[in-house]
Design a protein around this ligand. Sequence first.
Ligand SMILES: Cc1cc2nc3c(=O)[nH]c(=O)nc-3n(C[C@H](O)[C@H](O)[C@H](O)COP(=O)(O)OP(=O)(O)OC[C@H]3O[C@@H](n4cnc5c(N)ncnc54)[C@H](O)[C@@H]3O)c2cc1C
Length: 116
Amino acid sequence: MPNMSVTVNHAIKAFKGKHKLEAVLVQDRASGEVKEWRYDGVFVFIGLAPKSDLVKGLVEIDEGGFVVTDKTLMTSLPGLFAAGDVRAGATKQAASAAGEGATAALMIREYLKSVG
Ligand SMILES: Cc1cc2nc3c(=O)[nH]c(=O)nc-3n(C[C@H](O)[C@H](O)[C@H](O)COP(=O)(O)OP(=O)(O)OC[C@H]3O[C@@H](n4cnc5c(N)ncnc54)[C@H](O)[C@@H]3O)c2cc1C
């Protein structure tokens, strides 16, 4: 990629430019140094760290921090279901997350029927 460079561990502080991008202000998270880089285009990748702290210690979580579910989307804690990006094996797409939400709702109904 001769016209691109990949930079990690920097926070975007500002995009500068009048009618098009001219520069980006970034802060190095390690040193705290703020730098201005002149670029025509930027692709910001924010990462994929799941926010599963809420259920940590309560349900099985994989090494990446994703919540493990069975095929009914139930977690290792009976009656607790997970859907969307936080779920291990999820495709990380909006349509899938919405579909999993609907599936989880139907599975919860089945679960509630089964426990009377
Ligand atoms: C930059 C970017 C571009 C994307 N582009 C596309 C695309 O083009 N097409 C596509 O299909 N998908 C795209 N995605 C993926 C899509 O956004 C996700 O798959 C989808 O939003 C996942 O939905 P979700 O409900 O599982 O999680 P989220 O949308 O992340 O929602 C989780 C919510 O839970 C909240 N939350 C977290 N912890 C707690 C807590 N302890 N208590 C209460 N609330 C909490 C969060 O604040 C958040 O509002 C993109 C994602 C990103 C980041």
